[in-house]
Write a protein that binds this ligand. Structure first.
Ligand SMILES: [Zn+2]
Length: 256
C-alpha cells in the first residue's frame, strides 16, 4: 500500500510545494511546445532537429520571441508576427494539455522521481495521441522513448524487472492476438501494428498485474470515443491510439 499522495494529505501547500508545482508547470509548457512540433513533424517524416522552426506561410525563421509557449500565441493573437497568417490553436492546446499532465503527474505519483518519469511519459503520449488523431500513425521514435522511460519508472517505483519483461510480452502477445483474431473475423485489420507496439510498451510500464485494469479502461474510453467519432466523422474506422494513451496515463496515475 503506497502512502496517499501529497495532494490529498497536505492541508495547506507549503512554499516548497508551490515552487515545485511552478517548476513542473514551466517544464510542462516547454515539453508541450516540443510535443506540438514533434507531433507535426514525426508523422510527416520531416527533420526533427536540423531544421529551425519556420512560419509555414512566409518561411520566416521563428525567433525566441515567437516560440514562448502559450504567451506568444496569445500575445500575437494566434497570428504570425511577420505575415499575419493564422497559426493553428493546436500548438496552444497541446502546450496547455502537457502542462496539465505534468501537474497531474506531480499530484498523483508516489514520489518526485516517479512524477518526473510519469510527466515525460505524458509528453510522449501527447505526441502519440495527436499524431494518431491527425495522421493515423503512432511514430516509432516516440514509442521507443516511452519504452525507455519505463526503465527508470520501474526502478523508482520499486517494481521487479521480471514483471516488467513479462508485462511487455503480455502486451505484445495480446496485441498480436487481437490483430490476428480481428483480421480472421472481419477480413480487415482492426488493430494497427502501431497499436500492437503500444500495448507492448504499456506492458513494460504496468507489469502483469496492472495490465487488465488498463485494458478495461482503454476499452471503455475506446467505445465512448468510437461513438463520438462515428457521430462527427464520416468514416466508421477510428484511431484507437488516443484511447490507449489516455488509459495508460490514468492507470499509472491511480494504481501507483
Ligand atoms: Zn509568417
Amino acid at each position: 500500500m503506497r502512502p496517499a499522495s501529497r495532494l490529498w494529505t497536505a492541508d495547506v501547500p507549503s512554499g516548497a510545494e508551490i515552487f515545485l508545482y511552478a517548476v513542473f508547470a514551466v517544464f510542462g509548457l516547454m515539453t508541450g511546445s516540443l510535443a506540438g512540433a514533434l507531433s507535426y513533424r514525426l508523422p510527416r517524416r520531416q527533420p526533427v532537429m536540423i531544421d529551425r522552426s519556420r512560419c509555414p506561410s512566409c518561411k520566416a525563421t521563428l525567433k525566441a520571441l515567437d516560440l514562448i509557449p502559450v504567451f506568444s500565441w496569445l500575445f500575437f493573437k494566434g497570428r504570425c508576427r511577420h505575415c499575419q497568417a493564422r497559426i493553428s490553436p493546436r500548438y496552444l492546446l497541446i502546450e496547455l494539455a502537457v502542462m496539465g499532465l505534468f501537474l497531474s503527474a506531480l499530484a498523483t505519483a508516489p514520489n518526485l522521481w516517479a512524477a518526473i518519469c510519469l510527466a515525460y511519459l505524458g509528453g510522449a503520449l501527447a505526441v502519440l495521441a495527436v499524431a494518431d488523431l491527425e495522421q493515423r500513425i503512432l511514430p516509432d521514435p516516440m514509442q521507443l522513448c516511452a519504452a525507455l522511460l519505463a526503465l527508470p519508472w520501474r526502478y523508482v517505483t520499486g517494481a521487479d524487472w521480471q514483471d516488467m519483461i513479462l508485462g511487455g510480452l503480455l502486451g505484445l502477445g495480446l496485441g498480436l492476438g487481437l490483430r490476428l483474431g480481428y483480421c480472421r473475423l472481419k477480413g480487415r485489420h482492426g488493430l494497427g501494428l502501431g497499436d500492437v507496439k503500444f500495448l507492448a510498451v504499456a506492458g513494460l510500464w504496468l507489469g502483469v498485474e496492472n495490465f487488465p485494469p488498463f485494458l478495461l479502461t482503454a476499452g471503455l474510453i475506446g467505445v465512448v470515443f468510437g461513438l463520438i467519432w462515428r457521430f462527427f466523422a464520416k468514416t466508421p474506422v477510428f484511431p484507437f491510439g488516443p484511447a490507449l494513451c489516455v488509459a495508460l496515463f490514468l492507470t499509472l496515475s491511480f494504481l501507483y
